[in-house]
Design a binder for this molecule. Structure first.
Ligand code: 13P
Length: 252
């Protein structure tokens, strides 16, 4: 049985004081999530990680939005895995479509980062998903299959099962045009099939999230689908009231 997971991706939002206010408001809602056997977490910007870690309910997962695959060196502007580990971060989002588009993040690069994170006992959240043009051309499955195969290249089944996947169709991100639960399930079940081909039965243990205009009003519908294990949420994860409603409706 895969444990449900709600992750908030804050993207480039919130100053440290705003992030602190959210963390201080997280205590009761995260207790509620724990009681309902739900994992939940947020991914603040790098400068907000420490204050969220210090002020949150200790069961709130805190993820970074990126990391570098090297431990240290001449990589101006980058943040390494040992740096994240020392401040107490144990999860990292990789390959978000915005980073693929604006920062040249490739599936090959994500594969290096996934391996580096797993070597440090950290949890990668690997994002995949197609553009509107790919979707309209009916090429979604071939596209995400390639992203999965490259991202997971060289992993053992034991390693693969520690990775969380987020399927986020780009046309559904921040547009209010969420994928129907059937469309999301169709692609996510397909991804699980690809994982089964690569890693066998552990594919049943890998958590796969849906992301793209998830709101408190539609999260329960996604959760009713058998292969969808939770959500990666942008806009609706920013305010404590909305994050709390997401948890409650996910638990329902
Ligand atoms: P929205 O929930 O704002 O559509 O963003 C989704 C997303 O990109 C999460 O990573």
């Amino acid at each position: 049985m895969r444990k449900k997971l709600l992750l908030g991706n804050w993207k480039m939002n919130k100053t440290p004081s705003e992030a602190k206010a959210f963390a201080c408001a997280s205590h009761e809602m995260v207790d509620f999530a724990v009681k309902h056997n739900i994992d939940c977490g947020v991914a603040p910007t790098f400068v907000c990680l420490a204050t969220v870690l210090e002020n949150r309910n200790p069961n709130l997962i805190v993820a970074a939005q990126n990391c570098n695959e090297h431990d240290h060196g001449a990589f101006t502007g980058e943040i390494s895995i040992p740096m994240l580990k020392e401040v107490g971060v144990s999860w990292v989002i990789l390959g978000h479509s915005e980073r693929r588009e604006y920062n040249g993040e490739t599936s090959e690069k994500c594969n290096e980062k996934i391996k580096a994170l797993l070597a440090n006992d950290m949890t990668p959240v690997y994002c995949c998903g197609e553009s509107l043009a790919t979707y309209e051309a009916g090429k979604t499955k071939a596209f995400v299959e390639e992203q999965i195969k490259v991202g997971f290249a060289g992993l053992s089944p034991e390693e693969a099962k520690k990775v969380v996947i987020a399927y986020e169709p780009i046309w559904a991100i921040g547009t209010g045009k969420s994928a129907t639960k059937e469309t999301a399930e169709d692609t996510i079940a397909f991804i699980r099939g690809v994982l089964k081909g690569l890693f066998g039965e552990v594919s049943e243990e890998i958590r796969i999230l849906y992301g793209g205009s998830v709101k408190p009003e539609n999260i329960a519908a996604y959760m009713s689908e058998k292969d969808i294990d939770g959500a990666l949420v942008g806009g609706a994860s920013l305010e404590p009231t909305s994050f709390k409603a997401l948890i409650e409706n996910l638990a329902a």
